[in-house]
Write a protein that binds this ligand. Structure first.
Ligand code: PGA
Length: 315
């Protein structure tokens, strides 16, 4: 039954992708590359959700799930307290990320967790510059220079970074989306060497789409992703622009993922989940919980198909 469902999804996705590719090839701002040049990166962002019991159950589900497609990385961003559990019990082909790391190294910094400590624990990834942290949720938010400095330190300590950027609703409406993204990337471009960019995945997450159920259309997301890539070409190098993964985040779900992921410059997703519908804290076996898990697995299926079939078009 599961296999049947999988094959049906694959068939539908293939049909969709063929159409999507021909539309995308007419668009401005796409880039010419081999279809397999950038691996896909699917990130999960659990935010401040979950209990020991709910994480245990979710790990068991992931561990029992099928293989992850080749050339696809799946990384779960978990609360600090659940990271050791995940490292000890989660299948090794699903990586674990922290959702923050300190601006400093170890020392008298009560409450902080340093990049070197994350590395020491065995982590490969950290999510930095998420819009919720930039905004501050009741505390002082993080500005672009601070996020860049944290990113540089994390890379220096041997971590890879999902570097989040994105505009607010009023900024999109004012037509300043790329000004905002450029302002968020510029301090990083100043301090990273070309080689260090190999440790960065840019997560483009329009703030108005995060946790709201509003998603950028594939056309809107592709346009911004292409603009971001062009900015990287102009301000870092063409080589980095061609290689850097750009994930889309913001109410990505099982229904819209295949259209978003069919776009030439969308190299994966960062998937959170509306806190109110996230059932970790209430019922770890409830329908929403299972549906979040299913979504991640669906994304993996989409990844395989999109990578094999999508056409990159000429700039
Ligand atoms: P969302 O969150 O999928 O709930 O919109 C994405 C994120 O915050 O990274």
């Amino acid at each position: 039954m599961k296999l049947l469902l999988g094959l049906t999804m694959i068939g539908q996705t293939l049909a969709f992708t063929t159409r999507s590719a021909s539309v995308a090839s007419k668009r401005i701002g796409s880039s010419l590359r081999m279809a397999s040049s950038r691996p896909y990166l699917i990130g999960g962002n659990w935010k401040a959700n979950g209990t020991v019991a709910s994480v245990e159950k979710l790990v068991a589900e992931f561990n029992a799930a099928g293989p992850i497609p080749p050339n696809t990385d799946v990384v779960i961003g978990a609360p600090f307290i659940h990271i050791p559990m995940l490292l000890n019990t989660l299948r090794p082909d699903i990586k674990v990320a922290a959702q923050n790391s300190a601006l400093t190294g170890t020392g008298a910094h009560t409450g902080e967790v340093c990049a070197s400590q994350l590395k020491d624990l065995g982590l490969e990834w950290v999510i930095l510059g998420h819009s919720e942290r930039r905004e501050g949720f009741g505390m002082a938010g993080e500005d672009s220079k601070l996020v860049a400095d944290k990113t540089k330190l994390a890379i220096d300590e041997g971590l890879k970074v999902m570097f989040c950027i994105g505009e607010k609703k009023e900024e999109r409406e004012a037509g300043t989306t790329m000004d905002v993204c450029a302002e968020q990337m510029a301090p990083l471009a100043e301090i990273l060497s070309e080689d260090e960019w190999a440790n960065v995945s840019i997560a483009y997450e329009p703030v108005w789409a995060i946790g709201t159920g509003l998603t950028a259309t594939p056309e809107m997301a592709q346009e911004t992703h292409a603009n971001i890539r062009q900015w990287v070409a102009a301000n870092v190098s063409q080589k980095v622009a061609d290689a850097v993964q750009i994930q889309y985040g913001g109410s990505m779900n099982g229904g819209n993922a295949k259209a978003l992921l069919a776009e030439n410059d969308i190299d994966g997703g960062l998937i959170g989940g509306d806190h109110s519908s996230w059932s970790f804290s209430t019922s770890s076996t409830g329908p929403e919980h299972r549906s979040r898990h299913k979504k991640l697995l669906q994304f993996c299926t989409y990844m395989t198909i999109q990578r094999e079939t999508r056409q990159r078009s000429v700039m």
